[in-house]
Design a protein around this ligand. Structure first.
Ligand SMILES: NC(=O)c1ccc[n+]([C@@H]2O[C@H](COP(=O)([O-])OP(=O)(O)OC[C@H]3O[C@@H](n4cnc5c(N)ncnc54)[C@H](OP(=O)(O)O)[C@@H]3O)[C@@H](O)[C@H]2O)c1
Length: 290
């Protein structure tokens, strides 16, 4: 049996769908049982656990052949990342007590970076999980193509997308949630010894300009990328309600300056199959339906 956290989200849902398609038994780990009903109807066993509850996670992970661990995103952590440290301690305690056969942890590109930034949360959790004795895969995907969901309205209505990724002709390692879920499901079913890192990006690197031209093709209207001046980011993010924008700014700097990169570089990363166009098409359709 495969226990899947984050199953009601983008990547966890893809992981579970891939396992179910292969007739594998899935335990859906949900924090809200009502949200688990759809998964129960697909044949999943249900476990009720919040990511902050070590006891409930222990029960949810017990007896699992493999566990997929996804930590919910925190875009505005405290400067000392105490939230990630607490989550790491909870996960270590639950995994040590339940002792599943194997673990796949959804980390991020750049988790090995030594400069502090938003992704340091994953660096912290990777290090703490590294203290466990069971086989662990640290799955480090690139920038999610689905982050473009934030751009669908402005591309459609104004033909302009604001870009923090700069310069706008610089290729960025991006990947679709469908590729991450498919690869994670494959990894969960593999056997391996010790701790390993798997880095994953899409079929080719994507520039912000390519995002604009792809939206333009799909929407049948001109769309252009507009870089947001670096000196305005802090006040802009604060005006949007962020308390500590520094780590997000550092992460964007890391992508733009190139120090957020795969440890094995572009030549060593696995390549997915799903193209940007397919992801943007889905995002546009789901906005039309909503
Ligand atoms: N976006 C990127 O470019 C990028 C790149 C690399 C790595 N990542 C990492 O990918 C992960 C996010 O994956 P995603 O986009 O698939 O997530 P998502 O779609 O935002 O889904 C988040 C999932 O976490 C669950 N969740 C939220 N709070 C929880 C809690 N307190 N206890 C238990 N479960 C909780 C949600 O359940 P509910 O439905 O109940 O809310 C949902 O299933 C993050 O760790 C992020 O750092 C993201």
């Amino acid at each position: 049996m495969f226990a899947i956290t984050g199953i009601t989200g983008k990547v966890g849902g893809e992981v579970a769908r891939n396992l179910l398609a292969g007739n594998q038994p899935v335990r859906a780990v949900v924090r809200d049982l009502r949200k688990g009903e759809a998964w129960a109807q697909l044949g999943c066993d249900l476990a009720h656990a919040d990511i902050h509850d070590a006891g409930a996670l222990t029960s949810a992970f017990k007896g699992a052949e493999s566990v997929f661990v996804l930590v919910p995103p925190n875009f505005d952590p405290s400067p000392d990342f105490h939230e990630a440290r607490a989550t790491a301690a909870t996960l270590r305690s639950a995994l040590a007590a339940a002792h599943p056969g194997r673990v796949v942890y959804l980390s991020t590109i750049g988790a090995q970076a030594t400069q502090s930034n938003l992704l340091t949360q994953h660096t912290i959790i990777e290090q703490v999980l590294g203290e466990l004795s069971m086989p662990i895969t640290l799955l480090r995907p690139g920038w999610f193509m689905e982050n473009c969901s934030w751009d669908v309205a402005s591309a459609t209505n104004d033909g302009v997308i604001l870009s923090f990724l700069q310069p706008i002709d610089k290729p960025v390692p991006m990947v679709a949630a469908a590729d991450i879920g498919r690869v994670a499901a494959e990894l969960l079913q593999e056997t391996w010894k010790g701790h390993r890192v798997v880095e994953l990006e899409g079929p080719h690197r994507v520039t912000p300009n390519e995002i604009a031209t792809t939206f333009a093709d799909l929407l049948g209207r001109p769309v252009r990328m507009e870089p947001v001046p670096r000196e305005t980011w802090e006040s802009l993010f604060k005006s949007q309600g962020m308390k500590n924008p520094t780590s997000r700014i550092q992460m964007l700097d890391g992508f733009n300056e190139g120090w957020i990169e795969f440890e094995s570089s572009e030549s060593g990363s696995r390549k997915g199959r799903v193209a940007l166009e397919a992801v943007l098409q889905t995002l546009i359709e789901s906005r039309r339906k909503s």
